[in-house]
Write a protein that binds this ligand. Structure first.
Ligand code: NDP
Ligand code: N5H
Length: 258
C-alpha cells in the first residue's frame, strides 16, 4: 500500500541504523516517491546513514546534514543548509530520544537533575526547536510527525524519566499544533509499540515485553517499523489533512487494554 508523495521533500531525523524507526519512515517515504533529507547527530553515524540511503533506488539523490539537537547553532545551520539546497520542505519526522541508561531502571525518583534535564532537552525540547526552524521552509504547508511511547501516558516499568519526557513531548505536539495550524502546518505523534532498535538494546526483559504484546494485544502481534513508516506517510499525506495535535497509536491496539 502506498500513497504518492512524488515531488515532495521530507526531513528524517534519527536514523542510527537499519533497525531505526526513522529508517522505517524513510523507506515508506521513499516508496511513495518522496525526496529525502537525512539529519544525524554525530559524525560516527554519518557513514551509516549515507550507506543505508545508498541502498534505496535513487538514494544517492538524498541529502545529509549533521544536527545535534542539543545545539541551537547546529539546528540553525542544518535548516539554513536545507533551505539553500531544497528551498521548500513538506514535512519532518522527529525520531529522537535519549536518557542516561542508568536512569532507565529502578525507581523513577532516583532521577538526577542533570539526567532529567538531558532527557527533556533531547527528547522533548528538540521537537519545539526543530519545528520552529522547519516552519520557515514549510511555505506550502506541512506535516510534522514525532515518535512517542505509551509510557508517556501511564507508568511503564523502567521507562521512568523517558516517560515524563514523552508526556512533555505529547503536550508539545498539542501546543505546536495550535501555533502552526494557522500556517497550514500539522503536528502529530505516533505512539509505537515496542520495536527492537539500538535504543531498546540492553533493556532488560525486552523479550518478555514483546511476548506479553503477542499474547494480549488485540492484533496478537508486535509492531513493525513498516507499520510505523506507513502511518507516517498517511500523516504526511493529504489523506490526513483534517488531523492535527493527535497521538496516533500504532501498537496492535495494546493501549486500549486496562
Ligand atoms: P534509535 O536508537 O534507532 O534512534 C534514536 C535516535 O536518536 C538515534 O538516531 C540518535 O542519533 C538520536 N539522537 C540521540 N541524541 C541525539 C541528539 N543529541 N541529536 C540528534 N539526534 C539524537 O531508536 P528508535 O528508532 O527506537 O527511536 C526513535 C524514536 O522512537 C525515539 O523518540 C523513541 O523514543 C521512539 N520510540 C521507540 C520505540 C521502540 O520500541 N523502539 C517505541 C516508541 C517510541 P545518533 O544515532 O546519530 O546518535
Ligand atoms: C519500558 C520500556 C523499557 C525501558 C526503557 C527504555 C527506554 C528507551 C528510550 C531511550 C531513548 C533509550 C536510550 O536513551 C538509550 C541510551 O541510554 C543508550 N543508547 C545509546 O546511546 C545508543 C547508542 C543511541 C543510538 O541511542 C540513542 N537513543 O541515542 C520501553 C520499551 C518497551 C520501548 C522503547 C524502547 C521505547 C523508546 O522510547 O525507545
Amino acid at each position: 500500500m502506498t500513497l504518492s508523495l512524488a515531488g515532495k521533500t521530507y526531513v528524517v531525523m534519527g536514523v542510527a541504523n537499519k533497525r531505526s524507526i526513522a529508517w522505517g519512515i524513510a523507506r515508506s517515504l521513499h516508496q511513495s516517491g518522496a525526496r529525502l533529507v537525512f539529519t544525524y547527530a554525530g559524525e560516527r553515524f554519518e557513514k551509516g546513514v549515507k550507506d543505508l540511503a545508498g541502498t534505496l533506488e535513487g538514494g544517492e539523490e538524498s541529502l545529509f546534514f549533521p544536527c545535534d539537537v542539543t545545539s541551537d547553532e547546529d539546528i540553525d545551520k542544518c535548516f539554513s543548509s536545507i533551505k539553500e539546497e531544497v528551498g521548500v520542505i513538506h514535512g519532518l519526522a522527529h525520531c529522537i530520544a535519549f536518557a542516561n541508561k542508568e536512569e532507565l531502571a529502578g525507581d523513577y525518583m532516583n532521577t538526577t537533575r542533570d539526567g532529567f534535564l538531558l532527557a527533556h532537552n533531547i527528547s522533548s525540547y528538540s521537537l519545539t526547536a526543530v519545528a520552529k526552524a522547519a516552519k520557515d521552509l514549510m511555505t506550502e504547508g506541512g506535516s510534522i510527525v514525532s515518535m512517542t511511547y505509551l509510557g508517556g501516558e501511564r507508568v511503564m516499568q523502567n521507562y521512568n524519566v523517558m516517560g515524563v519526557a514523552k508526556a512533555s513531548l505529547e503536550a508539545s505536539v498539542k501546543y505546536l499544533a495550535s501555533d502552526l495550524g494557522k500556517h497550514g502546518i500539522r503536528v502529530n505523534a505516533i505512539s509505537a509499540g515496542p520495536i527492537r532498535t539500538l535504543s531498546a538494546k540492553g533493556v532488560g526483559d525486552f523479550n518478555s515485553i514483546l511476548k506479553e504484546i503477542e499474547e494480549r494485544a488485540p492484533l496478537r502481534r508486535n509492531t513493525t517499523q513498516e507499520e510505523v513508516g506507513d502511518t507516517a506517510v498517511f500523516l504526511f499525506s493529504d489523506l490526513s489533512r483534517g488531523i492535527t495535535g493527535e497521538n496516533l497509536h500504532v501498537d496492535s491496539g495494546y493501549h486500549i487494554l486496562g
